[in-house]
Design a binder for this molecule. Structure first.
Ligand code: ATP
Ligand code: MG
Length: 220
């Protein structure tokens, strides 16, 4: 696989989408400055769920998990995430990586471990198996966990008018999710970033980490 996959993980409001944009701009200017705009052949930004047209439809169901009094079960939620992931890996990630792109992905397998495993308390062995099936064994080359206190994430989402999404599940659920990310923090290529700093300071931490990986990958 010629390309590289960088994944951003963390609870709601931890800054994943914000930091992906910072990193994309930094990478674009770095590659242009170094005369490398064509190889690695550009940066692709994508996400799970919702990184494909079909995935967008799956995402809609996941973000509005109730219709009237009927709500998604934990298992149907898990399988919808797996379906989105299987589709996205095959349609977007594998082709992009095979052609040498550097891919920045908003959430990946660690989110399912944290949310469905630790948050919803579904079987971790089953989740691991499903992740392997959905990804065809594709693992990230680098995962950046934006570590942030749950209460701070909640406050940021409230400022954005989206507190209801978090509050529906309850603060205890999000504490378990946070614990789920923490439980994965010792894994290889899973790097913890302090998400509580200013956006610029978080971006600088990420740039320093990514720089060392770019050196390994591309001798940059
Ligand atoms: N370092 C920061 N300090 C303060 N506010 C921040 C910081 N980073 C992001 N924010 C703000 O917090 C909110 C959530 O950020 P963002 O959308 O990047 O988080 P996210 O991890 O992508 O959340 P979600 O999981 O809901 O997509 C936004 O309003 C953003 O402007
Ligand atoms: Mg986001």
């Amino acid at each position: 696989m010629r390309g590289k996959l960088i994944v951003f993980e963390g609870i709601e409001g931890s800054g994943k989408t914000t930091q992906i944009q910072y990193l994309r701009q930094w990478l674009d200017s770095k590659f242009t400055k170094d005369g490398l705009s064509s190889d690695p052949t550009g940066v692709i930004v994508t996400r799970q769920p919702g990184g494909t047209s079909i995935g967008q439809q799956i995402r809609q169901v996941l973000l509005q998990p109730s219709v009237g009094t009927e709500s998604l079960t934990s298992t149907s939620e898990l399988l919808l995430y797996a379906a989105d992931r299987a589709h996205h890996v095959e349609r977007i990630l594998l082709p992009a990586l095979e052609t040498g792109h550097l891919v920045l992905c908003d959430r990946y397998t660690a989110s399912t471990v944290a949310y469905q495993g630790y948050g919803r308390k579904l079987d971790l062995g089953l989740i691991k198996t499903l992740n392997t099936i959905a990804t065809k064994g594709l693992t990230s080359d680098l995962t950046l966990w934006l570590k942030l206190d749950v209460a701070v994430g909640l406050k940021r989402m409230a400022n954005r008018g989206q507190a209801d999404r978090i509050e529906q599940a309850g603060i205890e659920f999000h504490r378990r999710v946070h614990g789920g990310f923490a439980a994965q923090a010792q894994q290889d290529r899973f790097i913890t970033v302090d998400g509580s700093l200013t956006q610029e300071a978080v971006a600088e931490q990420i740039q320093a980490i990514v720089s060392t990986y770019l050196q390994q990958w591309y001798a940059l």
